[in-house]
Unconditional design. Structure first.
Length: 308
């Protein structure tokens, strides 16, 4: 292969220098710190993120929802929201392991929210959607030029909300509202309770709950983002960061100069890019097989292949 990590200008292991922010972040706080810096510098005037129930209760005007009864939102259901301050960014930090339709706010960000320079975070498929909207703006008039910074997060697979509910409440025997953090790493699905409990589930339990659409996905490290980041490859509390585009390079360079991040060369950390490459290869090889299977799925009839 060789193309599994996409094009990038530089790759480092990094974490935010903001200790308070790090308490709320999933890994090295790259997404939250980079957007906070970009907001401060006027590089973006708002960012689309995945918020939650508590966020919606505190900042209702930042979430585009028909139903204003925020009590009805379930714990750990992501709510796409537009943030304009560091406090709002921090309130939306952390990984929600279920689908957050962040791209659904893209057009509205330029309309009702009046943004001219949008930041957006998302999974690799969401970065693809952002780029497609820029190149083929069907129903997305004027949106493309307003996208100022697209930050991608690595993603092996995602889950529907119901699956997360089953995994946490049934398999891990914890109530979703009592969960502080979830994490997939070191071959396990980890659930951390607010009272200090830790439950780990082997990934073989989680497989059947995966979103089926993820099984045709051929991108692990958000190849189309300006900057991509994930936990894999770096030590706990740190992130692997791939700076990809000219825009990404410029923002990352300015944020580094402003002291937003501490970094280590990726070659110096364990497990480093070797593991990222291995996992990217595994994902792509497995999902290519699923795609091939779709070509001969029916008798004399194929299922659609979105790549051709
Ligand atoms: C479904 C999923 C699968 C992942 N799989 C992997 C993996 O296999 N390997 C790996 O290294 N990393 C994976 N990640 C990424 C990792 O969990 C962290 O999100 C990433 O390292 C960023 O950490 P941070 O500390 O920089 O982010 P933070 O500063 O904590 O910010 C995280 C940002 O992501 C946004 N966000 C949270 N959940 C979602 C969501 N569901 N969809 C879109 N945006 C969201 C938040 O709003 C926030 O802005 C996955 C993330 C998701 C959502
Ligand atoms: S595995 Fe692919 S399709 Fe599924 S959420 Fe992640 S990036 Fe999107």
């Amino acid at each position: 292969m060789g193309a599994e990590l996409g094009n990038y200008k530089s790759c480092v292991s990094a974490r935010s220098t903001d200790k308070e922010l790090l308490k709320h972040a999933q890994d090295g706080g790259i997404v939250t710190s980079l957007f906070a810096f970009a907001l401060e510098e006027g590089i973006i005037d708002g960012a689309i993120v995945a918020a939650n129930k508590e966020f919606a209760a505190k900042y209702p005007s930042k979430c585009m929802m028909d139903n204003s009864n925020f009590d009805m939102i379930e714990p750990w259901r992501p709510i796409p929201a537009i943030v304009n301050t560091k406090a709002e960014l921090i309130a939306a930090a952390g990984t929600k392991y279920n689908i957050s339709p962040n791209v659904s706010l893209l057009k509205e960000a330029t309309r009702s929210f009046g943004l001219d320079k949008i930041g957006i975070v998302g999974t690799p498929c969401q970065m693809q959607a952002v780029r497609k909207a820029q190149l083929y703006p069907i129903g997305m008039r004027d949106v493309g030029a307003s996208i100022a910074l697209a930050v991608g997060i690595f993603c092996m697979e995602n889950f529907p909300y119901q699956s997360i509910l089953q995994l946490v409440e049934d398999h891990a025997a914890m109530k979703l509202e009592s969960v502080k953090k979830m994490e997939i790493g070191k071959g396990k699905f980890w659930v951390y309770g607010k009272r200090g409990q830790v439950v780990q589930l082997p990934l073989k339990i989680t497989h059947k709950y995966e979103q089926p659409g993820c099984h045709v996905c051929l991108d692990y490290v958000a190849n189309l983002a300006d900057v991509s980041t994930g936990s894999v490859g770096s030590p706990d509390g740190w992130s692997t960061v791939m700076v990809r585009s000219k825009i990404g390079d410029s923002v990352w360079g300015k944020a580094m100069a402003a002291g937003c991040f501490e970094t280590q060369p990726i070659e110096k950390v364990k497990p480093g890019l070797e593991l990222v490459t291995k996992l990217a290869n595994e994902k792509i090889t497995k999902n290519k097989k699923t795609l091939e299977g779709r070509a001969t799925f029916g008798v004399g009839k194929a299922l659609r292949n979105p790549y051709i």
